[in-house]
Design a protein around this ligand. Structure first.
Ligand SMILES: [Zn+2]
Ligand SMILES: [Zn+2]
Length: 145
């Protein structure tokens, strides 16, 4: 399943602890040191608490994933019904098969890019109203701009 990045290659995330939104760079940045070993958790730039890498989905991303999965489940059911020779079942399959695909998510170029002094090659983007201190995504160290 594909999710959009903004034009700088950043991916929108939501903290499971504070529900604050921010963006991290998708994959290593161009300036990341070769061979850097990434931690198994990331720290929220806004509240400084950590969570596993797969815990940061936004509500919109979760809803999109569920909608896509619902459509593919409908397609599988429709295919199963097609192999059954019954006019009644064919009617049922046709009436339920055409669930619309969800509209793809769009990632606007919003938020401000900031970089921590401890890991300056791993910037994040935070909403303009976000308050200092911020926290390093990779090590949790607090910093102000
Ligand atoms: Zn947070
Ligand atoms: Zn750091």
């Amino acid at each position: 399943m594909e999710f959009p990045l903004d034009s700088d290659g950043f991916f929108r995330r939501e903290c499971p602890n504070c529900q604050g939104e921010f963006k991290w760079h998708h994959g290593p940045t161009a300036d990341a040191p070769a061979g850097f070993v990434y931690p198994q958790v990331h720290w929220c730039p806004r509240c400084g608490r950590s969570a596993p890498l797969d815990a940061w989905w936004t509500q919109a991303q979760i809803e999109y994933k569920q909608a896509v999965l619902a459509v593919s489940a409908g397609d599988i059911l429709a295919d199963a019904f097609k192999s059954v020779r019954s006019d009644f079942l064919r009617f049922e399959a046709n009436s339920s098969a055409k669930q619309p695909r969800p509209d793809p998510l769009v990632e606007p170029d919003d938020m401000l890019m900031i970089a921590p002094p401890c890991h300056p090659w791993e910037p994040v983007k935070v909403p303009s109203e976000a308050q200092v201190p911020f926290y390093c995504l990779l090590c949790g160290q607090a910093y102000a701009l």
